[in-house]
Design a protein around this ligand. Structure first.
Ligand code: NAD
Length: 725
């Protein structure tokens, strides 16, 4: 059994079928590439073969390169990576030139690709090297080059070919943003050639009529000019200068892949095609050797997928949810109802009053209408989804629910009351979950008569957009409840992490200190601009002050009050409270009140900082070093992650890293807080935190775990005791 097989039909067309044994989606391995290389050699050498069609034996064409292989290539060092990439270039170049005369570029056998469905990464780079691409009219298919999303860039010729095919400007969204398109958009965007009902048949017919035709690619033909202009052409100059500025503006230089991609495109545009491929391979090697790419591949691909597939699921029979009851049809309940109904689950949406329940359902109507207006959904689909949601006040409707999720007010008494009422109506063996964001699960479980079936399923807002779900085990939560929660999260296609019960669980525990550290600096007289930029230049999507404006100042105050009540004299954040209470006194509640740390215009668009900031907390004459601010903002989050691990709240560092990136946007280029600490190394992390503790206080105290790691020369990922990949 090999990944590629070839069959010659009666007309002399060789059909190469990609069908990796034992996988639902094709991915390219080095062995697979070698097999394909052999088949192409055979087809080109066989006089009875007129041309080739490359297709897939699966419903999709390919998901990309096997990222585990990419991770493995690094073992051979930079030379190993470069040689591996050049092998792929030679294979794709062989397909592209297809036996043409090297001088006249005449002759050669036509090679077409037939894509039945999704074609990503190398799954598109391979077709781009063929002479014509046919895709099935399959609106579910995704076509594109998403490499940049995991910290690399298209390195098997995709960067060079697409730039020459479309021009730098038109190729930019596909290369720099990893934009994916359905087949018809891929055709109008110039990625593929034709959308047809039967791509294999269409490709076969094309191959037969193309025998003997001129197959030379524009970039191999005499007089080729890059669309939109080369770098020293007046129009091209504008594109290239603009692109550099735009990319730097967006990434602030944090993402090595974006910068390397631009370099490959720019330098490649100045030289002949084959040299451009070598340049692309060099930059690709450069990016692959940067620790950021392995950290991103590890967290955003390998470990994220492992968690989604149930890496930490306890043994239990299938817990697929068929009917879910949702208590509370407010912001969160309405969102949970929408994602559940979208996943094909029957939903009973309960609120105290019928009109509140109806409003909760209307949220789904609004989201579906928006999707229809953007041609992402249809009237039939909308009717189907809405028919699954029953808004009611009647708990008897919970009969037959195998899961109930509670999202009523954040008040233990209200939660206890609805828990009792629901348990009286739902089946004996159903699981009950709370979406509380701050109340300990074990405490809430006291209201339940079946605490083994009681669990926390913590969604983030807005539910339809946020990909992380935090599952929290209370003291008495049993394994079937955990399995149920994980199976549910899988159904709604989100990424789960499973943590133990503790104040603020995991994500909020880390993000609150980040916000507080930013606010504390305002009180110290650090320039707000410096604070926000320092955070963004470390790769945080939002500075701490913008983040608290988004979340709302009053929520911050609520949390501060509750934390103070729980901690008493040990409460460490009085300096932070002084700032947010002052903002609240003036009615500045954040974006929702169109005033917070920032000013907003009438339409709610963020403007500059509120002028009152500099009068209330004047900027100090000497400002701290940028690195100092960055260390404070990064360590305050990462140390909390380490403490969560030390205390057993987190059981698996993979969950800590994936959860940090998806939950609160922890600088993705690092692969997460543990990935970041590994990049620094334990000895350096210890030294920095000791210095921060001496200057700023015990919140930076070095965790014993880091000290032990430094003493042993250990790191989180290859380290003993971790379940890391
Ligand atoms: P919300 O105020 O928008 O909605 C709460 C809903 O519960 C309201 O519609 C209310 O009418 C209903 N309700 C109250 N008492 C009820 C009762 N006895 N029976 C039935 N329905 C009742 O609040 P929300 O923001 O959706 O938050 C709900 C829960 O989710 C809270 O526990 C909150 O901490 C948690 N949470 C919120 C967020 C967030 O960002 N807002 C994020 C994660 C978790």
């Amino acid at each position: 059994m090999t990944d590629f097989t070839m069959q010659k039909d009666a007309d002399g067309v060789a059909i190469i079928t990609w069908d990796v044994p034992g996988k639902s989606m094709n991915v390219l391995s080095l062995d697979g590439a070698a097999t394909l290389n052999g088949l192409i050699d055979d087809a080109l050498a066989d006089a009875s073969v007129k041309g080739v069609v490359i297709t897939s034996g699966k419903k999709d064409f390919a998901g990309g390169m096997d990222l585990n292989v990419i991770a493995g290539m690094k073992a051979g060092g930079a030379q190993g990576v470069f040689d591996g990439v050049m092998t792929l270039h030679h294979l794709l170049r062989k397909i592209e030139l297809a036996g043409m005369d090297p001088k006249t570029k005449k002759g050669g056998k036509p090679v077409a690709t037939a894509l039945p469905g999704t074609a990503l990464g190398i799954g598109l780079e391979l077709p781009l090297a063929t002479h014509r691409i046919f895709a099935a009219d399959n609106p579910k298919a995704k076509i594109g080059l998403p490499e940049i999303m995991v910290g690399i860039f298209p390195g098997a010729g995709g960067t060079t070919r697409l730039t020459r095919k479309l021009g730098a400007m038109m190729a930019a969204p596909f290369l720099l943003e990893g934009k994916l398109s359905d087949p018809s958009k891929a055709k109008s965007g110039g990625l593929i050639d034709e959308v047809v009902a039967d791509p294999v048949e269409a490709a076969r017919a094309w191959v037969l009529q193309a025998t003997g035709a001129d197959l030379v690619k524009p970039w191999d033909a005499k007089g080729y000019k890059m669309p939109g202009g080369e770098p020293y052409h007046p129009a091209g100059f504008m594109t290239f200068v603009g692109a550099s500025a735009m990319v730097h503006g967006k990434t602030l230089g944090v993402y090595p892949a974006a910068k390397a991609l631009l370099s490959a495109v720019y330098e490649g545009a100045l030289v002949p095609f084959d040299t451009a491929l070598k340049i692309e391979a060099r930059w690709f090697t450069n990016v692959l050797m940067n620790p950021s790419s392995s950290a991103m591949i590890r967290s955003l691909f390998i470990n994220k997928e492992a968690l989604e597939k149930g890496a930490n699921r306890p043994e239990a029979p299938d817990q697929t949810v068929k009917k879910v009851g949702i208590l509370g049809a407010g912001m969160m309940g309405a969102g949970i109802a929408y994602v559940s109904a979208m996943a094909g689950i029957e939903v009973v949406l309960i609120d105290a009053a019928q009109d509140a329940a109806e409003r909760g359902k209307a949220y789904s109507t609004a989201l579906l209408d928006k999707a229809i207006s953007r041609r992402k959904s249809t009237e039939e689909k909308k009717a189907e989804v809405l028919a699954r949601i029953t808004p009611t006040t009647d708990y008897a409707a919970l009969a037959g629910c195998d899961l109930v999720v509670e999202a009523v007010f954040e008040d233990p008494a209200v939660k206890a009351d609805v828990t009792k009422r629901a348990e009286a109506a739902m089946p004996e063996d159903a699981i009950f979950a709370t979406n509380t964001s701050t109340l300990p699960i074990s405490g809430l479980a006291k209201a339940s008569s079946r605490p083994a079936q009681y669990i926390g399923i913590h969604f983030f807002s807005p539910v339809d957009k946020m990909m992380l779900v935090e599952i929290i085990k209370g003291k008495e939560t049993g394994p079937r409840a955990v399995a149920k929660a994980l199976d549910f999260v899988r159904q709604i296609r989100k990424t789960p992490i499973v943590v133990n019960d503790a104040r603020f669980f995991y994500a909020n525990r880390c993000i609150i200190p980040y916000i507080n550290e930013g606010i504390r600096m305002v009180a110290e007289g650090v320039s707000p601009t410096l604070i926000e930029n320092a955070a963004k230049m470390m790769g945080m999507p939002l500075g701490p002050l913008q983040l608290v404006d988004e979340i709302s100042i009053d929520l911050g105050i609520k949390i501060a009050k509750a934390t103070k009540a729980a901690m008493g004299d040990a409460y460490p954040d009085a300096a932070v409270d002084a700032v947010i209470f002052k903002l609240a006194e003036q009615g500045r509640m954040g974006r929702k009140s169109k005033s917070g740390f920032y000013d907003y215009d009438e339409a709610g668009k963020r403007q500059g900082f509120w002028s009152g900031l500099s009068t209330e907390w004047p900027e100090a004459e000497t400002q701290p070093e940028l690195t100092d601010i960055q260390h404070r903002l990064m360590f305050i989050q990462s140390l909390e992650a380490v403490r969560a691990l030390e205390e057993g709240v987190l059981e698996d560092i993979r969950e800590g890293d994936v959860g940090a990136i998806l939950g609160w946007g922890f600088a993705p280029w690092t692969g997460g807080p543990f990935g970041w600490l590994d990049m620094l190394g334990a000895p350096r992390s210890v030294a920095i935190t000791e210095d921060l503790t001496a200057r700023f206080g015990d919140r930076f105290a070095t965790p014993q775990m880091l000290r032990d790691m430094a003493a042993k020369g250990a790191s989180f990922y290859p380290g003993a005791g971790s379940k890391a990949a």
